[in-house]
Design a protein around this ligand. Structure first.
Ligand code: 5GP
Length: 186
């Protein structure tokens, strides 16, 4: 990966797919929907580190309920742009999920392998309910059927970065979501 010496690699950044105001508007719509669906309940929003961290922090602030939140960290084996579906848990939620109304917050669902593993794993912890919210969904890439209860945006089969999503740990801090372009191609 070429860099400008600072570790940043501007040549790989492609055009904006979803700009920050479009993302914020949709996150607020999701927040309103979740607020209404979980009325009189206290959901636990479990964000998956690191990709979902920014989405998670915007989403929890748009939900007008007495909620709590936590994080899990997973790593999937594979290259930097393709997931193998073999998942390892690096961090569990701090407290047990038994009897809780759990809402899993994911950044992006691609083949569905990571989410499939996570859902099986979390169901075994006996929450009262388990739902999934994903900011981005690539339906054309699906290899395993997974149920998504809330989706921010369906996107085409393109690798994207920004708003928490990385390429080799770069670009997470960008407010917009961009396509990734190898060698600066547009
Ligand atoms: P899956 O197991 O569904 O194939 O992949 C899910 C994980 O792969 C995501 O949580 C994310 O870490 C990574 N991933 C899949 N597609 C993209 C993408 O377009 N951009 C980035 N930055 N990560 C992706």
């Amino acid at each position: 990966m070429e860099t400008d010496g600072s570790g940043f690699s501007p040549k790989l950044l492609g055009p904006v797919l979803l700009d920050s105001s479009t993302i914020q508007k949709r996150v607020h719509e999701l927040g309103s929907q979740i607020t209404s669906d979980y009325k009189h309940k206290s959901p636990l929003l479990v964000g998956i580190l690191k990709g979902a961290s920014i989405f998670h922090s915007d989403l929890v602030r748009s939900i007008l309920l007495d909620l709590s939140y936590d994080f899990m960290a997973v790593c999937s084996y594979g290259s930097s742009t393709a997931s193998s579906g073999e998942v390892r848990i690096l961090k569990d939620p701090d407290r047990g999920l038994e009897g809780k109304e759990v809402l899993l917050v994911e950044d992006i669902v691609d083949t569905g392998r990571t989410l499939h593993y996570l859902v099986q794993n979390l169901k075994a912890r006996e929450p009262n309910s388990l739902k999934v919210v994903a900011l981005l969904n690539k339906p054309s890439r699906r290899e395993i059927d997974v149920e998504l209860d809330y989706i921010g945006f369906d996107i085409p089969d393109e690798f994207v970065v920004g708003y928490g999503l990385d390429y080799d740990q770069h670009y997470r801090n960008l407010p917009d979501i961009h396509l990734l372009r190898e060698n600066g191609a547009v």
